[in-house]
Design a protein around this ligand. Structure first.
Ligand code: NAD
Length: 466
């Protein structure tokens, strides 16, 4: 019988009484891994009530003690790094290096969270009026909730609950229903590190369970990471209910290439950042803007992309894994078909690719379009697959204008050897995270992750510095 995933509610590991269960399958084979429940209303209520009760005592635990538990958690995460990466690779299909990277980026957050005492220092001004001093305190809010996507099942939950909990909040985590085993193991290690079990509750579900969180009076703040439509819904409903909400959503990231850039570096970085993790990264490069004569580099870019072979996570030769589900694969394939129909040139077609030994995997080979225009669906929509659109521009100014007119603003990068071009780009571009000669400018946890425009909305919360 297929394993049923538990939930961690009110200090207990429980098997849901729900009559709605989803299958979680290995994306490389479609074999069943487990079943995940859509928590019942009563189970959700119990989790939130337990987190609320836990807050009354947790907020008074000295911050130094909370930070020491976080140090222990960081130690356990490092000790179980490979084990976590294996669980993650099995349920996402990511290659082992990417899976380890996903876990590692989360470990860095736990490390950062262990520094919380100094980050919680307030401010004081002496003698603001005659013999009157004023000070401000940083205090926890109460019950916070996190709703996370499938594509980083270790890093993104770890962006959220360690920071919230170490500040003295309690937390309800609703991870992606597509890969629940990684966050469950993260929670087990969290309890093992000494955190009281009711400080972190883990529930499973989808739309209905998220709506219960959004409309619940006892939830003070919400962190969301996922797609644009869901992010908008969460931001609007959460803030309508006067909650603090941060919502990080989808992306369309452009890489601009100047003629003075290092050609080999550009070609390697374009191919790697477009295909890595099967393009299922909010910071993936999905549009390359070739300025001036760099349009002549297209044959080499195509050749390099064709070398990026997908495969099973246990095979060290696999550059990337399958897409998360047959539905995700069908969606990306439909977008490729639409790109062709709309007149773009499909230079590389990844459809129909087979991986030996895994005939049922959600494989898609690297795909490359040229002659892409801004009115095409492949340009307007986040594809979330190993698909690159190449566009051209005559000048840096033209490239900047193109990007600034795009509704997304998560990340972007420029490849150049000119300091002046780099300065102009980073100053004029209306995108939140900018890389110069770095394709994927993801910040370390002591900086905010801060996209702009569609895909990033924020009302200050207890779990971020935005
Ligand atoms: P998704 O929006 O489908 O799901 C995210 C979460 O929302 C899941 O927990 C899911 O259960 C829940 N959800 C789904 N539909 C819902 C609904 N109608 N109402 C309420 N909740 C709902 O996203 P996904 O496919 O899991 O993840 C991929 C997306 O996440 C991409 O768009 C990607 O760009 C984005 N992402 C963004 C960042 C970032 O930091 N900006 C990072 C990683 C991923």
């Amino acid at each position: 019988m297929t394993k049923k995933v538990a939930m961690f509610i009110d200090g207990e590991s429980i098997i849901s009484e729900s009559n709605q269960w989803l299958d979680v399958t290995d994306p490389a084979s479609q074999e069943a891994i487990c079943q995940v429940p859509m928590a019942t209303e009563a189970e959700m209520e119990r989790a939130i009530a337990s987190a609320k009760k836990a807050f009354e005592t947790w907020k008074d635990v000295p911050v130094t003690k909370r930070a020491r538990m976080m140090l222990q958690y960081q130690h356990l995460l490092k000790k179980h790094h490979d084990e976590l990466a294996e669980i993650l690779a099995e349920e996402t299909g990511k290659n082992f290096e990417d899976a380890k990277g996903d876990v590692w980026r989360g470990i860095e957050v736990a490390e950062h969270a262990a520094n919380m005492p100094s980050m919680m220092m307030g401010e004081t001004v002496e003698n603001v009026a005659n013999k009157v001093d004023t000070y401000s305190l940083i205090q926890p809010l109460g019950v916070c909730a996190g709703i996370t996507p499938f594509n980083f099942p270790a890093m993104i939950p770890l962006w959220m609950f360690p920071m919230a909990v170490v500040c003295g909040n309690t937390f309800v985590l609703k991870p992606s229903e597509q890969d629940p085993n990684t966050p469950m193991r993260l929670a087990e290690l969290f309890y093992e590190a000494g955190f009281p079990r009711d400080v972190l509750q883990v529930v499973h579900g989808g739309k209905d369970q998220v709506n219960q969180i959004l409309n619940h009076d006892d939830i003070e703040a919400i962190s969301f990471v996922g797609s644009v439509p869901v992010g908008e819904h969460i931001y609007k409903t959460g803030t309508d209910n006067l909650k603090r909400v941060q919502a990080f959503a989808g992306a369309k990231n452009h890489m601009v290439v100047m003629p003075d850039a290092n050609k080999n570096q550009v070609i390697n970085n374009i191919a790697g950042s477009a295909c890595g993790a099967a393009g299922q990264r909010c910071m993936a490069i999905s549009v390359a803007v070739l300025v001036g004569e760099t349009k002549d580099w297209i044959p080499q870019i195509k050749e390099k992309m064709a070398e990026m072979k997908p495969g099973h996570w246990k095979n060290p030769e696999s550059f990337y894994g399958p897409l998360i589900s047959p539905q995700a694969k069908a969606r990306v394939e439909a977008l490729i078909a639409q790109g062709e129909k709309e007149g773009a040139t499909l230079e590389l077609d990844g459809r129909g690719l087979e991986v030996e030994g895994f005939p049922n995997g959600n494989w898609l080979g690297p795909s490359l379009f040229t002659n892409v225009t801004t009115d095409m669906e492949i340009y307007k929509t986040e594809i979330f697959g190993p698909v690159l659109c190449i566009m051209t521009a005559d000048t840096l100014e033209e490239a900047i204008e193109l990007i600034n007119n795009n509704p997304y603003g998560n990340g972007t990068s420029l490849f150049t050897s000119s300091g002046a071009a780099a300065r102009k780009f980073q100053h004029d571009i209306k995108v939140g995270q900018v890389g110069i000669n770095i394709p994927i400018p993801v910040p370390l946890p002591f900086f905010s992750f801060t996209g702009w425009k569609v895909g990033w909305t924020c009302a200050p919360s207890a779990t971020s510095t935005c």
